[in-house]
Design a binder for this molecule. Structure first.
Ligand SMILES: Nc1ncnc2c1ncn2[C@@H]1O[C@H](COP(=O)(O)OP(=O)(O)OP(=O)(O)O)[C@@H](O)[C@H]1O
Ligand SMILES: [Mg+2]
Length: 258
């Protein structure tokens, strides 16, 4: 395995099906040959489908899924089982030494329960040294958004939140790939760059809503925890990862203040 250098990058995939993600997964595998990449995945849409199939209704509050014990069991099976294994398999086909983990494995994510949402927790930190060891060994870690809370109960965590915790712990740039070209303003156009104050204003006026709320809040948390830059961009775009890493005109960017 060739030595990889430079600051690590945490990439979060979400919002789309595996078939739509094939392009970006190939790109992740190619970049992982020379860069230290950690991949975090969501799976909201897939999970909602499975929950419906099992007769469990999905309800959201502030963009976060309310999760009872039955829903958590399905989330665990689908996120750590189906989605994580499929991603690892596609990435291994593409030549990467992908290894699947969740935030439960090795105590990777540290989290605190959100009492009103059931088996849902917010990420308060991460065990960066474990990831650093894996990255040093040439591995591409693929992380499912699950974590144990302070009492040792397995909880669902928002995948953006998981990615933010990992990026903070590694001092890594955070790339949140989604199904929209970035954060859009009141005029519906993509905003190239945002400060934390501007993000607060867009949430207060309702311009940022739904799943974009936890996403921008996570961006700010990642910066506060030590990430130098967060990019929110379209994962289905051509050369999405390369442009997120190097083209300032692609996606929406926020930077650490000062
Ligand atoms: N101001 C905004 N700009 C862009 N998207 C917005 C805005 N406000 C709300 N959204 C919604 O947020 C969505 C992105 O969040 P969503 O949680 O659905 O995707 P994801 O996080 O990529 O996927 P997953 O939650 O499955 O991991 C967009 O598709 C859009 O519908
Ligand atoms: Mg989301």
């Amino acid at each position: 395995m060739s030595a990889r250098s430079g600051a690590p990058v945490v990439v979060k995939l979400g919002g789309t099906t595996l078939a739509e993600q094939r392009g970006v997964l190939d790109e992740v595998a190619r970049h992982a040959e020379r860069e230290r990449i950690v991949l975090v995945h969501g799976g909201g849409k897939r999970l909602t489908e499975w929950l419906a199939r099992m007769g469990v209704e999905s309800r959201f509050e502030g963009g976060l899924r309310v999760t009872d014990d039955a829903a958590l069991e399905v989330a665990l099976a689908v996120l750590r089982g189906v989605i994580n294994a499929e991603l690892v398999s596609v990435l291994r086909d593409a030549g990467a030494d992908a290894v699947g983990l969740s935030g439960v494995d090795g105590g990777l994510l540290i989290s605190e329960r959100i009492p009103t949402l059931g088996r849902v927790a917010t990420v308060t930190g991460a065990r960066g040294t474990l990831l650093a060891t894996l990255l040093d060994a040439g591995v591409l870690p693929v992380i499912a958004p699950l974590a144990r809370d302070a009492e040792g109960v397995i909880c669902n965590v928002n995948a953006d939140d998981a990615a933010a915790g990992l990026a903070g712990a590694l001092g890594a740039r955070l790339i949140l790939l989604t199904d929209t070209d970035g954060v859009r303003g009141a005029d519906g156009k993509r905003i190239a760059s945002l400060t934390d104050r501007e993000i607060g204003g867009l949430i207060d006026t309702g311009v940022i809503s739904g799943g974009m709320i936890p996403k921008v809040r996570c961006a700010l948390r990642a910066l506060a925890w030590g990430s130098p830059e967060v990019v929110i961009a379209d994962g289905a775009a051509d050369r999405a990862l390369e442009r997120a890493l190097g083209d300032p005109g692609f996606g929406t960017r926020t930077h650490a203040a000062g």
